[in-house]
Ligand binder design. Structure first.
Ligand code: COA
Length: 147
C-alpha cells in the first residue's frame, strides 16, 4: 500500500452524484465492496442520485467520501486505507454538519459499523438500540441534533 503524505493539502467539497459519480463510486467500490466485502447490490442502493455527496481530495487524488440523504442520514463514509488517521474523516464530517445545517436539518442519524462508533461519538452522535446486521457487518444506529 502506498503511504499517504500526511502533509498533503486535503480539501472536501460537496458534489452531486452526476458530477462526482466516477471518483465517488471508485472510492466506495475500493473500500466497501473490495475491502469490506459488501455485496454490489447493497452498495448501489438506488439512493445516490437523491443524495448530496462529499469528496475529499489530496491535490487531484480522491481520498475519501460520504453522503447525506434528503432525510438526514449520514452514510457511505469511507477514507482510503493509506489516508486513514490523518483527519480526513473529521474534515468530511465537518463538511456534512455544515451542509446539514444549511439545509435546515434539525437532527442527523446514521447506521455505524460498530468499529466506527467511537469515531461518530467524537462528533456528538449517540448510539441507540442494539446491534444489527447489515451486509454481514454489525451496525448500531446513532443520532445527533443540530443547533
Ligand atoms: N474508531 C475510533 N476512533 C476513530 C476511528 C475508529 N475506527 N477512526 C478514527 N477515529 C478517531 C480518530 O482518532 C480521530 O480522533 P482525534 O482527532 O481525537 O485523534 C477522529 O476519530 C477523526 O479521525 P480521522 O483521522 O479524521 O478519521 P479517518 O480519516 O481515519 O476516517 C473512517 C475514519 C471510519 C471513515 C475510516 O477509518 C474508514 O474509511 N474506514 C473504513 C470504512 C468504514 O468502516 N466506514 C464507516 C462506515 S459506518
Amino acid at each position: 500500500m502506498t503511504r499517504a503524505n500526511p502533509s498533503a493539502n486535503v480539501r472536501v467539497r460537496a458534489v452531486s452524484w452526476d458530477a462526482g459519480r466516477e471518483p465517488l463510486s471508485n472510492l466506495r467500490r475500493g473500500v466497501f465492496v473490495e475491502e469490506q466485502k459488501v455485496p454490489e447490490e447493497l452498495e448501489w442502493d438506488g439512493e445516490d442520485a437523491n443524495c448530496l455527496h462529499f469528496l475529499a481530495e489530496a491535490g487531484d487524488e480522491p481520498v475519501g467520501t460520504a453522503r447525506l440523504t434528503p432525510d438526514g442520514q449520514v452514510g457511505r463514509m469511507a477514507v482510503l486505507p493509506g489516508w486513514r488517521g490523518q483527519g480526513i474523516g473529521r474534515a468530511l464530517m465537518g463538511a456534512i454538519l455544515e451542509a446539514a445545517r444549511e439545509r435546515g436539518h434539525a437532527a442527523l442519524y446514521l447506521n455505524a459499523q460498530v468499529h466506527a462508533e467511537a469515531f461518530y461519538a467524537a462528533f456528538g452522535f449517540v448510539a441507540e438500540g442494539g446491534v444489527f446486521d447489515d451486509a454481514g457487518i454489525p451496525h448500531r444506529r446513532m443520532t445527533r441534533t443540530l443547533d
